[in-house]
Design a protein around this ligand. Structure first.
Ligand SMILES: C[S@@+](CC[C@H](N)C(=O)[O-])C[C@H]1O[C@@H](n2cnc3c(N)ncnc32)[C@H](O)[C@@H]1O
Length: 241
């Protein structure tokens, strides 16, 4: 039986298979992104779901945090949107990943979108599965390797926007545990927002009880609905949820 538990140490992805050009995790038996079009899904769910790029305009610095770096597709799409928005400030993109892909796997996945080739090439050239910090002019990517349930508590940052992208909750409940969701709230800047493709009841309850005000909106591809939210109250001692 496959051990789906993650440790704090670097642990390579347990293998991927390709289904119609889409990488599928052998370990979690789930695709890394929508089979319809991963790039459009990223734009719909994570960018528009967090009101981006509008919310970063006019900011000197904007912090995005992501649960699950995977192929780097969300990062490349965000980097492209940042450049296209003509923003002069600094973007910090931090992602938490327990089972890093290697550069060849990542590059093969991202080859699907020629419009991302500049970003793909630069990421793949610098990528190492041990993660770390990668500086691309005004955009800084930090990938923290290890089980996010252990690593997020040690992160000193505060996110303005969250991309919750940890495989389907039924296939990877560890990425949606109530304790982890509380850590997400604690590592949020005032007014932080989140977006995710799942509307699973347990996830909604955990997010609401951590202080997020949620809204269901139309999902991407075969998913009828998705979830967006913002942090109502940064005082986590409050019971007003
Ligand atoms: C849906 S994929 C993320 C897709 C990614 N955002 C992209 O742009 O390609 C989910 C990711 O979560 C990672 N993951 C699964 N369990 C984890 C855990 N406990 N801690 C950190 N990362 C985990 C998986 O290895 C996988 O890369």
């Amino acid at each position: 039986m496959t051990d789906k538990s993650a440790s704090d140490a670097e642990s390579p992805a347990g293998g991927i298979r390709w289904e119609d050009g889409v990488p599928v995790s052998e370990q979690f038996d789930d695709p890394y992104y929508s089979r319809t079009d991963g790039l459009e899904e990223t734009r719909h769910v994570f960018l528009r779901g967090n009101d981006l790029p509008e919310r970063w305009l006019g900011r000197d610095r904007f912090d995005i945090a992501e649960l699950g770096f995977g192929t780097g597709l969300n990062f490349c799409a965000t980097w492209q949107a940042w450049e296209q928005s003509g923003h002069a400030g600094a973007l910090s993109f931090t992602s938490f990943e327990a089972f890093p892909l290697d550069a060849a796997q990542m590059g093969a996945a991202l080859d699907e979108w020629p419009e991302l080739s500049t970003y793909r090439d630069r990421l793949v050239e610098m990528w190492t599965p041990s993660g770390g910090q990668f500086v691309f002019e005004h955009v800084t990517l930090t990938v923290i390797i290890g089980d996010v349930r252990n690593t997020l508590t040690r992160w000193g940052g505060k996110a303005d926007a969250w991309f919750l992208d940890g495989f389907a909750p039924a296939r990877n409940p560890a990425m949606w545990e109530p304790g982890l969701i509380r850590q997400v709230a604690a590592a949020s800047a005032p007014g932080a927002t989140l977006a995710t493709y799942t509307v699973a009841g347990a996830v909604r309850r955990s997010l609401a009880s951590a202080g997020f005000k949620l809204e269901k909106c139309s999902g991407y591809g075969r998913k009828r609905e998705m979830l967006t939210g913002f942090l109502k109250n940064c005082d986590l001692t409050s019971n007003d949820v």
